[in-house]
Design a protein around this ligand. Structure first.
Ligand SMILES: [Fe+2]
Ligand SMILES: [Fe+2]
Length: 219
């Protein structure tokens, strides 16, 4: 199939699976216990630094100039998100200067992405799929912030972070249209995309079980 038909099919498959990340129940925000905006923003810092570094590593080992540039933009955007979230955390009374979200190491999704070596797999997993997950998760997080009465954090996500993540997803789409042109490339892209969704689902189940977290923003 041509890349246009392929991307359309992959998108439909992803959207079907993404509905599992957005069950009705998770959209009913709750602010009990440790599930606070501050704690969720700390999770967000880890996602942002991992997304930035993942794209940076790929940028250095990617040959195609348009992909290199897309990754470069992502490196900068995710770093900008980190800074903005850190600023917001400071306003909320949490000083991030002594906080290193990577002290416990990189997460399983970062480690999986780091194993991908071809451009179609990277673009399918890290941009097209990871960023589609982020769009769902950020919508949930914005709703959570609004329910918690935290309009400034909701606005930060709605006006700045969410449009950037959507742009990263669209970059992934454009690059897949250009590079997922052979049956082999399409099969590899689909595998990488499915594994990314599986990992996201496993991680979400784990976060829910261990910390009751189901509104952590994505990247
Ligand atoms: Fe992103
Ligand atoms: Fe981000």
């Amino acid at each position: 199939m041509d890349s246009e038909a392929f991307v359309k099919e992959l998108d439909a498959e992803n959207q079907e699976l993404l509905r599992r990340l957005a069950p009705e129940a998770t959209l009913k925000p709750e602010v009990d216990g440790d599930l606070t905006v501050v704690n969720l923003l700390k999770v967000a810092l880890k996602n942002e630094i991992e997304a930035s570094e993942s794209a940076a590593r790929w940028m250095a080992s990617t040959g195609e100039i348009d992909v290199k540039l897309a990754l470069a933009r992502q490196v900068g955007d995710e770093a900008k998100h980190y800074r903005l979230i850190a600023d917001r955390l400071r306003e909320l009374g949490f000083d991030t200067r002594e906080f290193n979200p990577l002290t416990k190491g990189y997460g399983p999704l970062f480690q999986y992405l780091d194993t991908l070596e071809t451009t179609v797999e990277r673009v399918a997993a890290g941009q097209f799929t990871r960023e589609a997950i982020a769009i769902v998760k950020n919508a949930q997080f914005i709703e959570f912030c609004e329910a918690a009465g935290d309009e400034p954090t909701a606005r930060l996500y709605r006006d700045i972070i969410e449009p950037d993540e959507r742009h990263h997803h669209d970059l992934g789409r454009r690059l897949l249209l250009r590079y997922a042109t052979t049956p082999e490339a399409q099969a590899a892209a689909r595998r990488a995309s499915q594994r990314t969704l599986e990992l996201a689902e496993e991680l979400q189940a784990l976060a829910l079980k261990s910390a009751g977290i189901h509104h952590a923003p994505g990247c």
